[in-house]
Design a protein around this ligand. Structure first.
Ligand code: GLU
Length: 397
C-alpha cells in the first residue's frame, strides 16, 4: 500500500526525469590524507543565524561531519552571531532542527555543550576582547577613532581622484599614550595592520593559494586594515572566527569557496598570534543548470522545503553528499553511516557544482524502497503520514 500511495504522491518537485546518473568522475584527486594513519579531525559547522538553512549549508555541515566521523574525531556546532543586526529570531532553532533531522548530531555545541564552550560567539566577547588587546600590545593592530562620516568622505574623495578607496591610516600614527587616553572617552574600532603581502597557504582542495599583494594600494596610501573589534566591543567575523577555531582546537575548516578571499587574512591573524592555522578545505558553490548560484529561481533551495514535501533525510543527505564529492563505490545510494565509512576529502572536487535535481528523485525512491523493505516504526510513520495526506486530499471515501 505504501508504495502505491508513494507513487501517487512523490513525483512533486523534480523538474527532470528521475534517471540515475552515473557517479561523477573526480576532476582532480588530492593528497590530503596521504599518510595511511589519519589523525582524528575536529571540525565545526559555523553558521550565522541569519535565515533558513540552505542546501549549500547542509552540505558544508555534512562534509564537516563526515570528515570528523570518518577519522574518529569530533564535529562541533558554533553559532556565529556576532552581527546582531543580521540575526533572525528563530534561525538558530531552525539550524538545530535541520541538523538533527538530517542526523548530523554535534558532539559539542549549543544545547549539548562541551569543554570549549560557550559555543555561541556572542557569549565569547571577553575572549575576543582579550585577544584584541594582545594584538594591540604586539602592534599588529591599532585603535581607530575616525567617524563614519570621515570615512565616507574619505572614500568618496579618493574615488573622485581615481584612487583606491580604503582607509588612510590616520589613527595608525597616534602614539600609544594618545590612543590610550582617547580610548577612555571616545568610541573606537580596532583595525588589523594589513601587511604588504598576505601569506599564501595550501588549500586541501585547491592547492597553493597566493595571499595576494596589497602593495599597489599601500603605494597610494590606502590600507584595507580590516576592523577586528567594532565600536560596541563586539568582534567582527575575522577575529571571532580565528580566535574561536584556535580555542576550540579545530584541525580542519571546511567551508564554501566564498570564504576563500578571507583566508589569507585569517592566516595572517594566526601568524600574528603565533598559532598554527588549521587546514583549510574549501568546497565550490552550488549552481543551477545555467551556472548561476543556486537560487529560488530554479527550485527549492532550503532544506525545510524538502522536509515539508516528504523527502527523507537519508535521501537529501545522500543527495548533498554528491554535490562536489566523488567516490569509488559502484552505487551512489548511500546511508549516512555508509558515507562515514567511505568519506575521504581526497574525493572533494575543485570548482562549482551544477545541481542535478533529478538525482534527488532517484535517491528518494531508493531510500524509500530500502526503508519499506526494512519495515518497523519508520515505515509505519511514513505510511501514516501519506495516509493523512491522501485523506486530506480525497476525503475518507
Ligand atoms: N559564519 C560563516 C557562515 O555563515 C562561517 C564561515 C566559516 O565557516 O568560516 O557561513
Amino acid at each position: 500500500m505504501a508504495l502505491l500511495l508513494l507513487r501517487r504522491r512523490l513525483p512533486t518537485i523534480s523538474p527532470r526525469p528521475s534517471r540515475p546518473t552515473p557517479p561523477q568522475a573526480p576532476r582532480r584527486w588530492h593528497s590530503v590524507c596521504s599518510s595511511p594513519a589519519v589523525s582524528p579531525a575536529r571540525t565545526r559547522f559555523a553558521p550565522s543565524p541569519t535565515g533558513l538553512v540552505h542546501l549549500g549549508s547542509l552540505r558544508t555541515a555534512l562534509y564537516n561531519y563526515l570528515l570528523a566521523k570518518s577519522t574518529g574525531g569530533q564535529f562541533l556546532l558554533r553559532i556565529e552571531d556576532t552581527d546582531s543586526k543580521r540575526t533572525v529570531p528563530g534561525a538558530e532553532k531552525a539550524i538545530y532542527d535541520t541538523l538533527r533531522w538530517a542526523g548530523l548530531h554535534w558532539d559539542e555545541g549549543p544545547e549539548v555543550n562541551g569543554p570549549f564552550g560557550p559555543y555561541r560567539q556572542s557569549e565569547r566577547s571577553q575572549l575576543h576582547q582579550h585577544h584584541t588587546n594582545l594584538l594591540l600590545e604586539k602592534s599588529h593592530a591599532y585603535r581607530c577613532f575616525c567617524s563614519a562620516e570621515r570615512l565616507t568622505a574619505l572614500g568618496a574623495a579618493r574615488k573622485r581622484l581615481g584612487f583606491p578607496t580604503e582607509y588612510d591610516r590616520t589613527c595608525f600614527n597616534l602614539s600609544r599614550e594618545e590612543s590610550d587616553a582617547r580610548a577612555a572617552n571616545e568610541p573606537f574600532v580596532v583595525r588589523l595592520i594589513t601587511p604588504d603581502k598576505y601569506p599564501s597557504y595550501v588549500d586541501e582542495v585547491y592547492g597553493k593559494i597566493s595571499g595576494g599583494s596589497n602593495e599597489r594600494r599601500h603605494a597610494h596610501g590606502a590600507y584595507e586594515d580590516p576592523v577586528l573589534l567594532k565600536s560596541d566591543g563586539s568582534p567582527t567575523y575575522h577575529l571571532a572566527n580565528v580566535v574561536d577555531d584556535h580555542h576550540m582546537k579545530i584541525t580542519h575548516v571546511v567551508r564554501a569557496t566564498e570564504w576563500m578571499a578571507s583566508t589569507p587574512k585569517h592566516v595572517h591573524l594566526y601568524n600574528c598570534f603565533g598559532w598554527e592555522p588549521p587546514k583549510f578545505v574549501h568546497v565550490g558553490l552550488l549552481q543551477d543548470e545555467k551556472k548561476h548560484k543556486l537560487s529560488k529561481r530554479t527550485g527549492d533551495v532550503f532544506v525545510g522545503e524538502y522536509k515539508d514535501k516528504g523527502y527523507l533525510p537519508e535521501a537529501l543527505v545522500n543527495f548533498v553528499a554528491l554535490m562536489g564529492w566523488s567516490h569509488a563505490e559502484r552505487s551512489d545510494v548511500m546511508s549516512l553511516q555508509k558515507l562515514v565509512e567511505i568519506f575521504d576529502i581526497k574525493g572533494l572536487t575543485e570548482g562549482n557544482t551544477v545541481v542535478e535535481f533529478g538525482k534527488l528523485t532517484f535517491l528518494q525512491k531508493e531510500h524509500m524502497r530500502a526503508l519499506i523493505k526494512e519495515g518497523g516504526p519508520r515505515e509505519q510513520e511514513i505510511v501514516a503520514q501519506i495516509e493523512k495526506g491522501v485523506r486530506s486530499l480525497y476525503g475518507d471515501t
